[in-house]
Design a protein around this ligand. Structure first.
Ligand SMILES: CC(=O)SCCNC(=O)CCNC(=O)[C@H](O)C(C)(C)COP(=O)(O)OP(=O)(O)OC[C@H]1O[C@@H](n2cnc3c(N)ncnc32)[C@H](O)[C@@H]1OP(=O)(O)O
Length: 403
């Protein structure tokens, strides 16, 4: 089928593209149509047109960064709103849109692209891989007694997310996000979040931690199921945004959440898969982790720049032979060590597709796991452990932002 991929320029076209996305997604909550353009960054939405001049597919993104191992904030495209009308699927339109986006990323100097996937079978073919996972953490309030010696944390105060100043305060606190896998949340993201809260039937409560002017964390929570709340014996809250930039904030906010009257359950979702919250309690069975799932789907747009942006553990070196059928300039051999990264012609230790490298890039998946699954080719067995040592981290990567 003949089609044309174009960058959408006027607000009406961008509004129509969101309609296309929502129709493709079927079940997502719809924003008010007159505000849609406020949630999308101009110049970053592409559309697929078929004759006669009909928009049938779309993909968008916003300008962002991602924190990589070593602490650098690397420029990335946060890809979102990918959809093709059900009448036009499986004709290569999404592929054409994503390819167009990735070429745009290269042109803008974006080293990475990342997304959250509606299905796990879509994006690997375009060089994306799962770079972080998340879990749901459920704490039984009656069983959760803090051990002696767990720090108290500082003061917590309620804020009102209907107020612009309090929304801005959360955005300011978030600027301190300092974990591997964290991404920038631009103004478009915050505006869309505020709008979706307004449309939601649940009230969103928010608390911030720290003295005014020096806040270092916040939590946003809603009642789990408010239909029979007043007489219920089984009440819970869902903490959908738990952001702490210091360990003090982590303890202060957890203590606050577990001190709220009426509750049997506090559910934190999403949380890092290696959260270790159970260690805080005398009864470790107070905490159940479940619902582990993929979070960051990562694309290394510029492999050399991406590998060069993160740090590695000494000692050792490994030669990775990377294949990239979409962005062919990435195909090649890279010598990786704590001293840096360089292209090389030497024989490789490991050969892998760019999507498999994305799985290992933030340290969320180890090379041995990929090797065991037959997803990478290892030419020198001993070098597998070296690669895992070089890329390994103390903490699992975590995004924590849905977009
Ligand atoms: C970041 C985000 O926005 S996540 C949200 C993604 N959007 C959705 O889930 C909405 C509903 N789905 C859709 O709109 C579409 O099915 C899309 C966007 C996922 C795919 O659009 P299409 O135009 O059909 O994809 P396209 O024709 O380019 O397919 C390319 C390949 O992916 C495969 N593919 C596409 N979608 C899927 C899927 N959902 N499951 C399995 N395979 C898929 C196709 O079979 C094709 O395989 P091939 O290359 O081996 O022939």
């Amino acid at each position: 089928m003949e089609h044309e991929i174009r960058v959408l320029t006027d607000a009406q076209e961008v509004g129509r593209s969101l309609e296309v996305f929502l129709t493709a997604m079927v079940g997502l909550q719809r924003p008010d149509s007159d505000q849609q353009h406020e949630f999308m960054e101009p110049g970053r939405t592409v559309g697929a047109y078929v004759a006669p001049e009909r928009l049938v597919g779309t993909a968008s993104s916003f300008t962002s960064w991602m924190m990589v191992p070593g602490g650098k904030k690397v420029p990335q495209a946060a890809v979102t709103d990918v959809g093709v009308l059900p009448t036009h699927t499986r004709r290569g339109l999404a592929g054409a849109l994503v390819r167009h986006q990735l070429e745009q990323c290269l042109g803008r100097g974006e080293v990475l692209a990342s997304l959250r996937a509606s299905e796990a079978t879509i994006y690997e073919r375009w060089g994306f891989g799962i770079a972080s996972n998340v879990a749901q953490v459920e704490i039984s309030v009656p069983r959760a007694q803090f051990r002696d010696g767990v720090p108290r944390g500082g003061d917590v105060r309620l804020v009102d997310l209907r107020e612009r100043a309090d929304q801005d305060l959360l955005a300011k606190i978030y600027l301190g996000a300092n974990w591997v896998g964290a991404i920038d949340r631009p103004s478009y993201w915050w505006r869309a979040k505020a709008h979706m809260r307004e449309l939601s039937k649940d009230h969103h409560y928010a608390v911030v931690h720290g003295i005014p002017g020096h806040e270092d964390g916040f939590a946003v929570y809603t009642p789990e199921d408010a239909t029979a709340w007043f007489r219920s014996r089984d009440r819970g809250i869902v903490v959908g945004d738990f952001v702490t930039t210091t360990t003090r904030a982590h303890f202060g906010l957890l203590r606050y959440l577990l001190s709220i009257d009426l509750l049997q359950r506090v559910i934190l979702d999403p949380m890092p898969v290696d959260h270790s919250i159970e260690k805080l309690f005398t009864d470790e069975r107070a905490v159940t982790s479940h619902g582990a799932r993929d979070e960051t789907w990562l694309r290394l747009v510029d492999v050399e720049a991406a590998l060069g942006a993160r740090t590695y553990r000494a000692p050792g070196q490994v030669i990775l032979e990377v294949r990239d059928d979409l962005l062919r300039q990435n195909t090649g051999r890279y010598l990786v060590s704590a001293q840096g990264v360089a292209r090389t012609e030497q024989p490789p230790d490991i050969t892998l597709d760019v999507g498999q490298l994305a799985c290992a890039y933030l340290g969320g998946t180890e090379f041995w796991q990929l090797a065991q699954a037959g997803r990478i080719a290892v030419h020198k067995d001993a070098q597998l452990a070296v690669a895992d040592h070089l890329f390994g981290l103390r903490r699992a990567p975590f995004g924590g932002t849905m977009f």
